[in-house]
Design a protein around this ligand. Sequence first.
Ligand code: AMP
Length: 275
Amino acid sequence: MQARADDLRRDGVVIALVPTMGFLHDGHLALLREGRARCDELVLSIFVNPTQFGEGEDLDRYPRDEAGDLDKAQRCGVDTVFAPDAGSMYEPGYQTYVSVRHLSEPLCGARRPGHFDGVASVVTKLLNICKPQVAVFGEKDYQQLAVIRRMVIDLSIDVEVVRYPIVREPDGLALSSRNRYLSDSERASATCLFQGLEAARNLAHTGERDAAKLVTACREVIEREPEARIDYVELRDATTLETVDRLEPGAQVVLALAVFFSDTRLIDNARLSTK
Ligand code: AMP
């Protein structure tokens, strides 16, 4: 892949990379179309990265569908699929990790120790291997995007990070490969994530500024679903991810949440504003 990227860049070709863990859905495909419009050579990476999974998480059962992914990739105009195996990404003796300190600490980072070190490290490797000028990431994984944007600035990585809005089902559920773990009744209940975010957003639009009240409005909607177990709901500064007590006019804030249905952990988020 590195040799191919070198050849392409020598010929002046613009490369865009869309990193994924596969089992592609319409959210991934939207990222691919965004990438397609910004490059000559569209590279899709598929790698279920073991170092971003914790003990007892779903690494072993993470859904995979290589044939389906290749078919979808072709239909989105992907030129190259880079799908390494774990052994070639992490050869014996591997010991280097990238750590984006503060942005990795709260929210999902607090519940999944080491997760964002795994993410930052593998994205660094993927950028070094695929050598894209453009890389596309989804806002669905809001903290991940914040970590990667910071890392690219801090390490002077020569790539443009493009952010893509959350793609949702018609009923509001954010598309995720993990949605396939949900039972029918959990799938029906899972719309409460979006509805909770909407409740907080609507309350903000009516003039509520108190972070605790906005968070409570969201929690109450989710807590009405007996199968939903809240991991966290937090209002944070959209860039630094620091806590905010009040939604000040003009401030950029994000309401981020994680909710379990049985063992399945879903995440979602929304930007909130005063109008
Ligand atoms: P994953 O395969 O889950 O690691 O996701 C690969 C990329 O797709 C990440 O940049 C995600 O943020 C993005 N992504 C996943 N789901 C969605 C979605 N529903 N809308 C937009 N982007 C998404």
